[in-house]
Design a protein around this ligand. Structure first.
Ligand code: AMP
Ligand code: GLY
Length: 422
């Protein structure tokens, strides 16, 4: 089968790597891809949000399956675009419908969805600019830290954890006044949950689901989880504090009612669903839903998944997920992300990367790279993900760190303490 993968990050390189291992994949296109995906398939310069251009490419090349990596095309309705276009409706699209993707596209939608189904999540209230005074009163009644969330997609920047009520009120006003554009025209004010986070992934057809390996990512730029939030500085899998008891709670309290909720919505959901969870005491709570795989979690989840990913995605589309048994590699996996100097603030692209050939024993996933005149250069905040296996995550991290020294570019930075809190 011919497959088109949308996206250009480390997650998509990991998808491409996994898809290429499948005998079902005859040809792989990646739009737009990066220097890493170019070695696994054909990169095509199409923006994943340009549905007409994607549709035309799919028709021209007779593509059988479109795998959507990032959230934006999903929230913008790429699934619906395909299913409502007669010439494209037969194409398998891996990803939820626009309504299903609202679980990520609108924090308020997700909160209402959870509240209606008693899915454990932080207490909250939502406000628009017409409800400014009400919102300020609500914030007054909270004990800090107070969590403010832009309702819509804000490129991972829309969540603020305010250490005082005063700060929360100032930020709340700024958000409603357009701090994150249209995305913060509605703001969710949420109780702060104190615990340890982990990421759970399922592949689902909206009816049956299969859980993939559990992971934990490290979002802060600085060692010891300090400094600004990033797209993710590293990840590990498995997560040993998620024991059988906690897994059972996650299944019974969170995954299962979420899947039932999707059925009640009546919105097609044939794709990946990512539960951003936090363990408070012995109970799991949902911090957020994402309608896609995680980045950098995919760079450890897929290396540990032994199943053929294309077979899984075909089963998903054929309603046969129930027939598949998920098999995980018993080894631990860890990924360490090499980023551009300055990230997540301003940084420069176009730095020549060397030493990739010297990496030994780790998998190199490109996150933000580009091929320029035969040279691999930096092209993003997160540049390279180095994934390693190990008997335990400490050994895996150590191997990635050893290889991180060999990769060179101006301004290279990475965290050396991935897994430090476990
Ligand atoms: P998000 O953009 O929804 O992934 O949120 C970014 C990060 O903010 C999460 O990964 C958490 O670390 C943190 N966060 C979000 N909501 C809460 C909450 N209610 N309590 C504590 N931390 C939170
Ligand atoms: N690693 C978190 C995310 O992909 O949103």
């Amino acid at each position: 089968m011919k497959i088109l993968l949308l996206g250009s990050g480390g997650r998509e390189h990991a998808f491409a790597w996994k898809i290429r291992q499948s005998p079902f994949c005859e040809q792989l296109f990646i739009a737009p891809g990066n220097a890493g995906t170019a070695s696994l398939g054909v990169n095509v310069p199409i923006n994943p949000n340009d549905f007409e251009a994607i549709g035309k490419f799919v028709q021209d090349k007779v593509v059988d399956m479109v795998v959507v990596g990032p959230e934006e095309p999903l929230v913008n309705g790429i699934y619906d675009y395909f299913k409502n276009t007669p010439a494209l409706e037969q194409v398998r699209v891996i990803g939820p419908s626009k309504t299903g993707a609202q679980l990520e596209g609108s924090k308020a939608f997700a909160k209402r969805f959870m509240m209606e189904r008693d899915i454990p999540t932080a207490a909250y209230a939502e406000f628009t600019s017409e409800q400014l005074e009400e919102g300020l009163d609500y914030i007054e009644q909270q004990s800090p830290p107070v969590v403010l969330k832009a309702d819509g997609l804000a490129a991972g920047k829309g969540v603020l954890i305010c250490q005082s009520v005063e700060e929360a009120k100032t930020e709340f006003r700024a958000m409603l006044a357009g701090k994150f554009g249209q995305a913060s025209s509605r703001v969710v004010v949420e109780e702060f949950l104190d615990g340890i986070e982990f990421s759970v992934f399922v592949i689902t057809d909206g009816n049956k689901y299969k859980r993939l390996p559990i992971a934990k990512d490290y979002k802060r730029v600085g060692e010891g989880d300090t400094g600004l939030n990033t797209g993710g500085m590293g990840a590990i899998s498995p997560v040993l504090f998620v024991d059988d008891q906690l897994k059972a709670k996650v299944e019974n309290w969170i995954i299962s009612p979420t899947i039932t909720g999707l059925q009640e919505l009546g919105a097609p959901y044939k794709g990946f669903l990512f539960f951003g969870l936090i363990k408070v005491g012995n109970a799991p709570y949902v911090i957020e839903y994402n309608c896609r795989m995680g980045d950098p979690e995919t760079e450890v989840v897929f290396p540990r998944l032994e199943n053929d990913i294309v077979e899984l995605m075909m089963a998903l589309d054929d309603g046969k997920l129930g027939e598949i048994e998920i098999k995980n590699d018993p080894r631990a996996a860890a990924t360490v992300i090499l980023v551009s100097g300055g990230y997540p603030g301003p940084y420069e692209n176009g730095k020549i990367i060397s030493g990739l050939d010297e990496v030994e024993g780790s998998i190199v996933f490109h996150a933000g790279t580009k091929l320029e005149d035969g040279q691999v250069t930096t092209n993003g905040g997160r540049v390279i993900a180095l994934t390693s296996y190990g008997e335990d995550f400490q050994k895996a991290v150590a191997l990635s760190l050893k290889n991180a020294e060999k990769v060179q570019y101006e301004g290279k930075y990475y965290r050396q303490d991935i897994g430090f809190d476990l």
